[in-house]
Design a protein around this ligand. Sequence first.
Ligand code: PLP
Length: 363
Amino acid sequence: MKAQIDTLPHVMFGGLTHDPAIELGRKLVGLLPGGLDRIFYCDSGSVSVEVAMKMAVQYQIATGHTEKVEFATIRGGYHGDTWKAMSVCDPVNGMHGLFRGAVQIQHFLPRPPVQISHDWPEDARDNGLAALSKLLIDKGHKIAALILEPVVQGAGGMYFYHPQYLKEAKALCEAHDVLLIFDEIATGFGRTGALFASDLADTTPDIICLGKALTGGHISFAATVTSRKIADGIGNSEAGVFMHGPTYMANPLACAAGVASLSLIETGNWKTQTAAIETQLTAELAPARALPGVRDVRVLGAIGVIEMEEWVDPSVAHNAAITTGVWLRPFAHNIYCMPPFVTPPDEVSRVSAAMVQLAKGAP
Ligand SMILES: *Cc1c(COP(=O)(O)O)cnc(C)c1O
């Protein structure tokens, strides 16, 4: 980013390109599942969700499905704070209540009930797919896409569900000309122990949203990536192009940060790092399971969660931060951590000890 600022800090991306955008694009296509190779660079995660939803609608209209303008999603999700993204956030925990009447009501399905907790259950057949199937039969002709966070729902509740759901959801969506959008803004680039959470399900969506780790946390940036089929469908629309063009699209500084971050991902070290963090968090958070007020303890990749029966009082968390020197930011029932992959073992231990400590003080 320092070198880039002296060369080209910014240029409007309409009608031209630049080296960091090209290099980042090559890296992304190399890392993403095959078939996802049409990239739209956005300013933030929320915007990438807006872009994904807009792509889905523009594609549906362009291919003659003019009624397909609504969205389906599962409860407990979080997709960002802009209007369309808000509409697919959990209707209870999200902001639907606060902005009642102003947030569009989408089609909400139950959360896939089969969780990944201490063990991955072998059989996930009864995983809420009947509800999806029924929705698509009844309303599929009005639905542009199903959007969800694959396997790990983040800010909506740190909930881990069985990947089998995604595989079967994809088949159901295909049968009803409903696109599948994976929001991997939180899960992308190794966080779950797989490069993408969709890899856990061996399922490629039609559109994927990437953000957060894309720049290693250095600058707001995101990407919405789709297939040639969807991009060509949009290209053949009345407009001829995808109708979105933010001023800071593909900002070269952000692209340079992305290139640097993905170069680290390309080394493959994330794999051993997340596996080690997973092993350590699993061992060190396990004692919390026996504490009063603890509902569940779960770990996946470099994500550790202690779920409490009650909401965690933020003031208790503030005081715990002062005594332990570890700033945890619990939300709702969850005390969680998502440490950087380079966190050394002694620091992971410090974080997990602080989590257990907070769980002791929270009830
Ligand atoms: C953080 C997040 C977003 C929103 O990204 P911003 O960059 O904060 O706008 C959307 N979806 C998921 C799953 C996220 O974790």
